[in-house]
Design a protein around this ligand. Structure first.
Ligand SMILES: [Zn+2]
Length: 243
């Protein structure tokens, strides 16, 4: 398709427009608002997890105390059962021994009540902690669900951008097949060095569209006398001028 019937610089300008479009697609995908939202939820999840760890530690500590007290109560109960057995087997017990056993039974009973009060106290402390932990768990799963939704949105935006990129790349390949390979390589080399600065400009009247400056009349006359397919630079910004 390349030949004198195609305006080579116009083809280059269209390739340039498509490259700008490709940059826009990459920028769009790289700066989706969902990524910031996701980072926010992740920070929230981390805060919730450390809150949960602290709470779990507190709960485990109180539960350990409760188990210790319960074990002690079991021991006391066993001892009390053993004592009353001995007490009722009165033929084996002297009155003095019986008195001692009764006194011990009373003391064990007091001790048991004391520990059972402590257990009740621990259970009272545990109840709100358990509720707080359940609440945290709900907030954690809600945040995880939100991350999933955001990930789905990011995935959708990425595949949409991928489709668009493929389409633009297809158009670009068609144009590149029509373009002067020498022009394309000059353009691509400049574009690689320019890091986003425009390397193509249109001559609109006597003004360069890349730098918006007027091309001095001497240069303007020289450029307009060139072969239409010959590359020319804006004397102000160095952009390749499409005319
Ligand atoms: Zn310029």
């Amino acid at each position: 398709m390349s030949g004198s019937n195609v305006n080579q610089l116009e083809v280059l300008a269209q390739i340039g427009d498509l490259d700008v479009r490709l940059d826009q697609i990459s920028h769009h995908v790289g700066h989706l608002p969902e990524r910031e939202i996701r980072a926010g939820i992740e920070a929230e999840l981390q805060a919730l997890a450390s809150e949960a760890r602290a709470l779990d530690g507190q709960i485990a500590d109180l539960e350990r105390q409760q188990r210790r007290h319960e074990d002690e109560v079991a021991l006391i109960e066993a001892k009390r059962a053993h004592n009353s057995e001995r007490l009722y087997e009165s033929h084996l017990t002297s009155p003095k021994e019986a008195e001692a056993l009764t006194a011990e039974a009373a003391s064990l009973g007091r001790r048991q009540t004391e520990i059972e009060d402590q257990i009740l106290d621990l259970m009272e402390q545990l109840e709100p902690l358990g509720e707080a932990r359940a609440g945290l768990g709900q907030r954690q799963s809600a945040a995880a669900e939100r991350i999933e939704a955001v990930d789905a949105a990011i995935g959708e935006a990425e595949s949409e951008a991928g489709r668009e990129r493929d389409e633009v790349l297809g158009q670009r390949a068609t144009l590149a097949a029509m373009a002067d390979p020498g022009h394309v390589s000059v353009y691509e080399a400049r574009r690689a060095e320019a890091r986003g600065a425009p390397v193509l400009g249109r001559l609109i009247g006597t003004t360069c569209s890349a730098c918006h400056l007027e091309v001095p009349s001497v240069d303007y006359e020289r450029i307009t006398r060139l072969d239409p397919d010959e590359l020319a630079e804006c004397p102000q910004c160095g952009a390749l001028l499409v005319r």
